[in-house]
Design a protein. Structure first.
Length: 184
């Protein structure tokens, strides 16, 4: 069955088609939610809420982007809303999706070889929230500034500014400090 056919059947409340669409996307959307949320149960809840919202708003889906991209945006928004409501910290990153070194924009954005993935995770978790969300959405999820401004309800200029400051703060946090030759 083609993707368009499944979506059309879902729009008509076909439960079998909805289950098929859910099964196709639930694991990927869980991974997206897990990047933002520490607790697996919270990530599962957010994914469930995202699917409920997606199915209830399916008539608004215009196929300007893939269904997966449309659903991912809902999951990201739901994850951020959850974090804001619980004032929890951002979380674990999947090493496969990590793009900390963005050399296309800034050649000096390099870190020392001694920096580990855990160092990067901790540094991102220690960023102020206003930088943390923009850094994660841009560097990890690959959203552009227009999409980030829509997701976070900020201007594109604010997105660019917060990314720049967030990257600078991240680089500062990732700079290896030594004291008489000993890393601390």
């Amino acid at each position: 069955m083609f993707q368009v056919d499944i979506i059309e059947q879902c729009k008509q409340n076909n439960r079998k088609a909805q289950l098929q669409l859910y099964n196709q996307y639930c694991h990927g959307m869980y991974i997206v939610a897990k990047r933002f949320l520490k607790d697996a149960n919270d990530a599962e809840d957010v994914v469930q809420e995202a699917f409920i919202k997606a199915f209830s708003k399916l008539n608004q889906y215009k196929a300007e982007v893939t269904f997966g991209a449309w659903l991912k945006r809902i999951v990201v928004n739901k994850s951020i809303d959850f974090l804001k409501s619980k004032k929890q910290e951002l979380v674990e990153l999947d090493a496969v999706h990590l793009k900390v070194v963005d050399t296309t924009e800034d050649d000096k954005w390099l870190v020392e070889d001694t920096i580990t993935l855990n160092d990067v995770k901790n540094a991102i978790n220690n960023l102020p929230d206003k930088y943390k969300y923009v850094v994660m959405l841009y560097l990890i999820d690959g959203y552009d500034h227009q999409e980030i401004s829509d997701i976070l309800n900020i201007s594109e200029v604010a997105s660019r500014t917060q990314l720049s400051r967030g990257k600078a703060k991240l680089q500062e946090l990732l700079t290896v400090k030594t004291y008489y030759g000993t890393r601390y």
